[in-house]
Unconditional design. Structure first.
Length: 112
């Protein structure tokens, strides 16, 4: 079975999350992107506690693609330090996990 990953990303708003998600899926760096909007984020930034409304982007990809995916997100993102974290998918529907592998490797587009 493929070493599949969930990638969790926060974005400034829904439009940015959709743009990033669509770009990564079109580039075959992710098989699927889910946008969850809105979420309230409370965090430390530049010495103070902040509270903002953001959108969450959850991607499904392969472990080997996480570095390229992260670099693409950093290039597109409006934040100077975007949240991009990958979590292993330990188990699940084998057919779905195989689908992730197929959809992230079936194209070798110009961005890969």
């Amino acid at each position: 079975m493929t070493a599949a990953r969930f990638v969790y990303i926060t974005a400034g708003n829904r439009a940015e999350a959709v743009q990033i998600g669509r770009t990564l899926v079109e580039a075959r760096l992710a098989a699927c992107a889910n946008v969850i909007d809105p979420v309230t984020s409370i965090y430390w930034w530049e010495g103070a506690v902040q509270e903002d409304t953001e959108a969450v982007l959850v991607l499904k990809t392969q472990a080997e693609l996480v570095p390229a995916l992260t670099e693409r997100v950093k290039a597109m993102h409006s934040y100077s330090c975007p949240c991009v974290v990958a979590l292993p998918i330990e188990d699940g529907n084998p057919a779905y996990i195989d689908w992730i592998a197929r959809e992230t490797t079936s194209s070798q587009g110009p961005d890969r």
